[in-house]
Write a protein that binds this ligand. Structure first.
Ligand code: SAT
Ligand code: MN
Length: 613
């Protein structure tokens, strides 16, 4: 592989000519883009500017190639059908290539950077033959903001470029900022399907061999073989979480898998909340919540990633570094997320949903019954008798944030919003209560470190199995999670009295028949109201062995027809079940050689309290 770009490089004229770099492009960028072009041998190099005209020509290219088809019922919208084997993140092909294997920690797949460079060098050689290499300068967060960061992605996939238009801020002003000396992250992506001269392309080129590789020390990303979102839109999980988490560790801030919302009441109550849930556990729905209880309003700031830094006022400020939403389509409906439904009525790229004969999209859960006349996500005719879903369970929509009716006016404020509460959640059918507050920051870090959740279709693997997913960052932390927990403890120390309160929630409790105990969705506002009350010091809680739970009557359930006893069940502490769980937590912690002592102390404390119960 070519080496990472070097600041102060001087670019030869030949390099500029080879890639047609715009005047004024930083020599370090020219040198690096040229070195990747020499390796991958694209037929053309195209410098992207993020304009509507550029988007229009990408659409033409993709329509010609059959990558997308129009969705006439929704203006400016398209459906992409992926290769059937390229539908989700591939965690066991995702690598952290730190110099020292211990820096990747026990939860990541580590590869030696030298040997990975060699492997990738072979794979990328000639990988873009016959294709266009797009150069995408992008910013995470508003360009020039104090929490924002810049990157450049090189890709041979027009689908990736079009998606990056929605998901990041693409523009030549990024190249200008880099030329003025701003730091940036280099990211290279290829679908790994060079086109022989005269050979016809396939609609969704990809390669059965996939490598999603990160080099934390040199801040590089190299991704090969997949065009699916989290594997290919390198600004998202690869940069904004895996590489950014390493930068955050080194620079004293946080890069987290969290939504950001503001909830306000007519009477002036106000709460800014950041919440971590594993992929496909309802972050987008919570980010666009329509409160069921009167007086409250929710504004969306982000639905997937939060970058948080201490602001001038000493409190933790968060930005959403993204520019759009890459949300799970199945299950999205007027009942579960009317805001998202409104947002998707135009200018949306759908991936792997079904198409109706009258030119609209459909997915499981959108309506109770499937419409007559459907083509499934693979392009085959489909009826309810087909015995398979019409949309892939991880089918997605890609849409700009500004299209969201609930987006906050100041959602892209460079300095972010002050976070009052941090929430951790997962999909747990039993035991974990509806809501709980951690006693203090250290206990909160313990709660975050011990989240577990049933696996969803967002990644390859057995759906339904419960796995520990600390901070919902298991697939996304770019370094040793023992060090990551310590970093969180350090941040709390530094924030002191300004530290946000920490909570856990679980919307996914089930009864004996498998039905949900809690109605969820807009009714989750009741839980957020209690959280707001705890932050303000007005809501009552009882201190239990596992944390602070709502006191009798403190959670407003008026007007909900919860069956007798259900609320008690949602808020009970089942000591034997928790004691059994702590055995698993203990084993989970034991794999971390660098586990901070504070987490052991918390585990012992919780165990001791449960034994007293
Ligand atoms: O595929 S993505 O990683 O972008 C989305 C997700 O799994 O959260
Ligand atoms: Mn996510």
């Amino acid at each position: 592989l070519p080496p990472p770009p070097t600041a102060g490089a001087s670019a030869a004229k030949a390099a500029r000519t080879l890639i047609g770099a715009p005047d004024g492009t930083a020599p370090s960028v020219v040198e690096w883009v040229a070195s990747v072009a020499r390796l991958t041998e694209p037929a053309h190099v195209q410098w992207c500017d993020g304009t509507d005209a550029e988007f229009g020509s990408l659409v033409e290219t993709m329509l010609d190639a059959g990558t997308i088809v129009p969705v006439p019922a929704r203006p400016g919208s398209y459906l992409a059908r992926s290769h059937p084997d390229d539908v989700a993140r591939v965690e066991d092909r995702t690598f952290i290539c730190s110099v020292d294997d211990e820096d990747a920690g026990p939860t990541n797949h580590w590869r030696d950077p030298e040997s990975m460079r060699e492997t990738l060098g072979g794979l990328f050689q000639g990988a873009m033959r016959g294709r266009t290499m797009y150069v995408i300068p992008f910013s995470m967060g508003p360009v020039g903001g104090p929490i924002s960061k810049l990157g450049i992605e090189l890709t041979d996939s027009p689908y990736v470029v079009a998606s990056m238009h929605a998901m990041t801020r693409v523009g030549t002003n990024v190249l200008d900022a880099i030329a003025e000396g701003e730091d940036w992250v280099p990211a290279v992506h290829s679908v790994g399907a060079p086109l022989a001269a005269g050979r016809a392309d396939t609609p969704w080129p990809c390669n059965p061999t996939k490598y999603i590789s990160h080099f934390p020390e040199t801040r590089e990303i190299w991704s090969f073989g997949s065009a699916y979102g989290g594997n290919a839109l390198l600004a998202k999980k690869c940069f904004a979480l895996r590489i950014a988490s390493v930068q955050a560790r080194d620079e004293g801030w946080l890069a987290e898998h969290m939504l950001i919302v503001r909830m306000t009441h007519d009477d002036g109550r106000r709460l800014h909340l950041a919440a971590a849930f594993p992929s496909a556990c309802g972050k987008t729905n919570l980010a666009m919540l329509k409160p069921s209880i009167p007086g409250w309003n929710v504004e969306t700031i982000g639905d997937d990633i939060a970058w948080m830094r201490t602001g001038a006022d000493g409190s933790l400020h968060a930005i959403n570094p993204e520019n759009g939403f890459f949300g799970v389509a199945p299950g999205t409906s007027e009942a579960t997320n009317a805001t998202a439904m409104a947002m998707l009525d135009r200018d949306t790229i759908f991936t792997n949903v079904a198409l109706t004969d009258d030119g609209d999209v459909w997915w499981e859960g959108m309506t109770k019954h499937a419409p007559e006349g459907l083509t499934d996500w693979r392009g085959e005719r489909w009826t309810p008798e087909s015995g398979r879903p019409a949309a892939h369970p991880n089918a997605r929509f890609t849409v700009r944030a500004t299209q969201c009716p609930s987006i906050a006016d100041d959602w892209d404020a460079p300095e972010g919003v002050p976070i009052d509460a941090i929430v951790f959640g997962g999909r747990r059918p039993s035991q974990v209560p509806l809501v709980m507050q951690a006693r203090d920051w250290e206990h909160g870090v313990y709660v975050g470190a011990t989240i577990s959740s049933q696996q969803t279709a967002a990644a390859e693997g057995p759906v339904g199995a419960i796995r520990r997913d600390p901070f919902a960052m298991l697939p996304f932390c770019g370094y040793d999670m023992g060090d990551y927990f310590r970093h969180w403890l350090d941040i709390g120390q530094r924030l002191g009295r300004n530290a946000p309160a920490i909570f856990s929630v679980n919307w996914f409790r089930r009864d004996a028949d498998g039905g949900f105990l809690w109605p969820g969705f807009s009714e989750n506002a009741r839980v957020l109201e209690w959280i707001a009350g705890r932050v303000a010091g007005t809501a009552d809680g009882v201190d239990t062995a596992i944390g602070v739970l709502p006191s009798d009557g403190a959670l407003d359930v008026s007007g909900l027809d919860l069956p007798e006893g259900v609320l008690d069940e949602l808020l009970e502490v089942d000591a034997p079940a928790w004691l059994a769980e702590l055995v698993d937590v203990d084993a989970f912690f034991s794999q971390f050689e660098r586990l901070p002592f504070g987490l052991r102390r918390q585990l012992n404390h919780v165990r001791w309290r449960l034994e007293q119960q």
